[in-house]
Write a protein that binds this ligand. Structure first.
Ligand code: PLP
Length: 407
């Protein structure tokens, strides 16, 4: 008899997007002549950077030529891309990452979700609340938690974001073996200072823990004093892994390309206490379960790092940051406090009432869709997330509608 992995039965069913879709449909049925504006999604809307485009047909042409054909590539990624990542993201910030530390993949969702399987099932994980749900659900599937109760799983250490800590919660009081962090944060848009990241690194070193640092939105940081990489913090090279993606920065959500960075010096204990290189373990896993991101996509990713590509990628994130500024100023005109939206594409709005109440009001009075914060965990209750990922005219109209409907 086939038996399921019973940990899947613990997964809380998320009705968030189903509920949103239902309410949106009802509104659309009642207002057939009105255009709904979606500021709820975390998907990009702008086209790829032009510099990345020719790489795709060029790579296809090569594949059409027997002399230049590419079959399976290296599972860890082509050297040209791994080296470009080091040159573009790390060397200029004085971070001593090498191409061997970089593992190319087809997405940070898979990387952040899969990474936990390198670690023992009895490890304690710490996650922020509100949280990007992938970190939690993949650990539930792996059997690292107890039951779901009151919006939280038993056995997980939650680091709660609040108005008071600006949604940068301090490291936990209790012990955890693996800490998931995400800055700039999804959903709150919060960014962490050097001192705040240093406190997490200190915690990780003191507790012999590993930080799993999701930097999917690093490209949106404009403040030169804010670190873009956890590896800018001394000591992180011994206790941190970083995840990055081309999705939000270079518009690759449909093309798919990301990377995980693991310094050679990050280790974890085996059953006899001997230390093992986490980089070697991930390389072993990657070679066994993954056959490499496609050659044309890696060529396009490398082109996004060219001089012209970098300028265009910067212009893309500038565009979304300007959207975020328009959203923030509109919301603040209504007297609502915000977090994020400065070095981040998400604006986290203090609803001053329940998440769903403000969501419904914006939908019903303005025809604008947002995301209720409660969908990201109990710590998100009382807030909504407004995404800057949309085209400018849509964002401007959405904010005009919101301001005039709620003023
Ligand atoms: N990490 C965070 C925090 C995200 O918000 C997202 C996407 O929304 C991802 C990772 C996934 O990125 P990718 O498209 O590379 O899978």
């Amino acid at each position: 008899m086939p038996k399921i992995n019973h940990h899947y039965t613990k997964l809380a069913t998320s009705y968030l997007f189903v509920d949103i879709a239902k309410r949106v449909r009802a509104w659309q049925d009642a207002h057939p002549d009105s255009q709904i504006i979606k500021l709820g999604i975390g998907d990009v809307t702008r086209p790829l950077p032009p510099a990345a485009i020719p790489a795709l047909p060029e790579a296809a042409e090569e594949m059409a030529d027997p002399a230049q054909f590419h079959g399976y590539g290296p599972e860890q990624g082509y050297a040209f891309l791994r080296e470009a990542i080091v040159r573009h993201d790390y060397a200029p910030r004085g971070v001593a990452i090498t191409a061997e530390d970089v593992f190319v993949s087809d997405g940070s969702k898979c990387d952040t979700g899969n990474f936990q399987e390198l670690f023992a099932v009895d490890q304690t994980i710490a996650v922020p609340d509100p949280v990007y749900p992938v970190y939690v659900d993949t650990n539930v599937m792996a059997g690292r938690t107890g039951a779901f109760d009151g919006g939280r799983y038993a056995g997980i250490v939650y680091m709660t974001g609040t108005r008071d800590n600006g949604f940068v919660p301090p490291p936990p009081e209790e012990h955890a073996d693996l800490l998931y962090l995400c800055f700039p944060n999804n959903p709150t848009g919060a960014t962490a200072t050097r001192e705040q990241l240093a406190a997490y690194v200190r915690y990780a070193i003191d507790h012999d823990a590993i930080i799993l640092f999701d930097a999917a939105y690093a490209e949106f940081i404009r403040d030169p004093d804010l670190p873009q990489s956890i590896f800018e913090i001394p000591g992180a090279e011994r206790c941190a892994v970083e995840f990055r993606s081309f999705s939000k920065t270079a518009g690759f959500t449909g093309l798919r390309c990301a990377y995980t960075v693991i310094p050679e010096t990050v280790t974890a204990a085996g059953p006899d206490g001997a230390r093992h290189s986490v980089r070697d373990l991930w390389s072993r896993r990657h070679s066994t379960k993954f056959n490499g991101a496609s050659y044309p996509v890696q060529r396009a990713a490398a082109a996004a790092f060219s001089e012209t590509g970098s300028r265009e990628v910067r212009a893309l994130s500038d565009y979304y940051l300007e959207n975020a500024a328009i959203i923030r100023s509109g919301v603040e005109r209504l007297g609502l406090a915000t977090v994020g939206g400065i070095n981040s594409p998400y604006v986290w709005v203090d609803a001053g009432r329940s998440s769903w109440e403000l969501f419904d009001e914006l939908l019903n009075k303005a025809g604008v869709v947002t995301t209720p914060g409660a969908g990201f965990g109990p710590g998100g209750e009382g807030f909504i997330r407004i995404s800057a990922f949309n085209d400018r005219p849509q964002v401007e109209e959405a904010m005009e509608r919101i301001v005039s409907a709620l003023s």
